[in-house]
Design a protein around this ligand. Structure first.
Ligand code: ADP
Ligand code: MG
Ligand code: ZN
Length: 489
């Protein structure tokens, strides 16, 4: 039997606020355990929480960026459960009246745009963190760090519209890009600012009803998400094929083993005994509030991508890669402004030239060195100065790779590097001829074959000359002169 996968994601996003959701404690990551706490986030009896307006603003902004409808009246609810990292015995969340509903994020599947529906976006607070002693050489104890407790979160719940692990990754990528563009979160996945629970089920192809789902909790990397989904889909299909049944449950992904394991049977909403939080006022959001926030929205990734294709005649793929991150898009556009070759310069496709360098060398180094583009030593000015050195014939495209490498290692300007390393391209014909004659003298057999009709050997000779000149000979000059010299020997 053939199966179809159905996936819905619940994404938790840490909002970019200075203070917590209901108290004035700092949200700063990495503080000493239990430093960022007060009676409110410690859950002491009798304290009164106060809603962080900035957290509401950021959630409204997200709702606008994902085309959600914002509820004019929404409120917080208590989600009751016991866990040592939750001193109050309940989490403040939103339940029957979330801030926003019914939006979407667009992804591209096989070249076609597909909309993934957003069911709801609501605000909530994070819980604390348990640190188990075995990791600290103290296997009999567990420690509790309350710093995270009360950190403002937004939960973005998708419709079960996703059909494969690749689509799930694409959706997360797009959503993350949007959240970064609108600056509602730093989206640092390693620090837990962006994490997701994946709901997965399988059903026979053609079936109209969904299969029973399992929920895989708390994944904080794209790779884990994809691995966990792949494992989970196979597990469910294998179970069904063996005549078994899928039980609705919560599972955990073990990244070391690459498997998911059952954590607990799935709790139902009624288990939590949700009720409106009597300590907090409902939030009324009028159209003025919404419109004020709308004016703060920047150009979003989809719009930027379309503009890049139109304005710079870039291939769709380039525009996609360059706009995944706002800072990479600005780096690219800064280069465009600085490069600024006049249209009659005869230099074609300037934007594409820059795009090739940014998508190629720049992104490669950033990935290898695990660097943010803001901290990259090769500034747009340096990159475009280097491109101008290629354009005016000072260096070859091949040498440019060496110059680039030196630029990011030393932070020196391309001109200085070219001067210091003697990388200036050899265009002087007599110098090139000297090298060509050496190559001809050293390879009598190839010369004879070439003259016997093996025209393809020309690339061999070009290669030899480039090698001997350490890549500095101008390839056009080499080509032209080689043909002349070979014709006359
Ligand atoms: P629960 O109440 O169990 O948390 P929800 O209906 O709130 O379930 O849905 C939670 C998430 O699970 C949503 O992202 C939704 O799209 C997804 N989902 C719902 N049903 C299925 C299913 N059968 N298979 C996969 N995902 C599903
Ligand atoms: Mg759920
Ligand atoms: Zn506090």
């Amino acid at each position: 039997m053939k199966y179809e996968t159905v996936i819905g994601l619940e994404v938790h996003v840490q909002l970019n606020t200075k203070s917590k959701m209901f108290c004035s404690c700092s949200t700063k990551f990495g503080a000493e355990p239990n430093k960022n706490t007060c009676p409110i986030c410690l859950g002491m009896p009798g304290v009164l929480p106060v809603i962080n307006r900035e957290a509401v603003n950021l959630t409204i902004k997200t709702a606008l960026a994902t085309d959600c409808k914002i509820a004019p009246f929404n409120r917080f609810a208590r989600k009751n459960y016991f866990y040592p990292d939750l001193p109050k015995g309940y989490q403040i969340s939103q339940y029957e009246l979330p801030l926003a509903k019914g939006g979407h994020v667009e992804i591209v599947v096989d070249g076609n745009v597909k909309r993934i529906g957003i069911t709801r976006i609501h605000m909530e607070e994070d819980a604390g963190k348990l640190i188990h002693g075995e990791n600290l050489g103290d296997k009999d104890s567990s420690y509790i760090d309350i710093n995270r407790s009360g950190i403002p979160l937004m939960e973005i719940v998708s419709e079960p519209d996703i059909r494969s692990p690749e689509e799930a990754k694409e959706y997360m990528t797009r959503l993350k890009a949007i959240l970064e563009y609108i600056e509602v979160s730093d989206c640092n996945m390693e620090e837990g600012s962006l994490r997701c629970d994946a709901n997965v089920s399988v059903r026979p192809v053609g079936s109209k009803t969904f299969g029973t789902k399992a929920e895989v909790k708390n994944m904080n990397s794209f790779r884990f998400l994809q691995k966990a989904l792949e494992y989970e889909i196979k597990r469910q299909i294998d179970t069904l094929e063996e005549g078994g049944k899928i039980v609705q449950e919560t599972r955990l992904f073990n990244p070391d083993k690459g498997i998911t394991v059952s954590m607990r049977s799935k709790e139902e909403a009624h288990d939590y005994r949700y009720f409106p939080d009597p300590d907090l006022v409902p939030i009324e959001i009028d159209s003025k509030w919404i419109e004020d926030i709308r004016t703060t929205l920047p150009e979003l990734p989809d719009a930027k991508r379309e503009r890049f294709v139109k304005e710079y005649s870039l291939p769709e793929y380039d525009a996609e890669v360059l706009t995944t991150s706002k800072s990479i898009a600005s780096y690219f556009e800064d280069c465009i402004k600085l490069y600024n070759q006049p249209p009659d310069s005869g230099i074609q496709g300037q934007a594409k030239v820059i795009s090739n360098w940014v998508m190629g060398e720049v992104l490669r180094v950033l990935k290898d060195e695990n660097l943010e583009i803001e901290k990259f030593s090769v500034t747009p000015l340096m990159l475009t100065e280097m491109l101008k050195l290629i354009d005016n014939g000072t260096i070859s495209g091949k040498i440019a790779k060496t110059v680039f490498e030196e630029m990011y290692k030393t932070g020196k300007s391309p001109e200085d590097i070219v001067k210091e390393k003697g990388l200036v391209q050899i265009t002087d014909e007599s110098e090139v001829i000297k090298v060509i004659d050496e190559v001809i003298a050293e390879n009598p057999k190839e010369v004879a074959d070439y003259k016997g009709g093996k025209d393809k050997l020309i690339t061999f000779f070009v290669g030899q000359v480039m090698k001997k000149s350490k890549g500095k000979a101008n390839p056009q000059v080499v080509n032209k002169l080689l043909k002349e010299r070979l014709g006359s020997v």
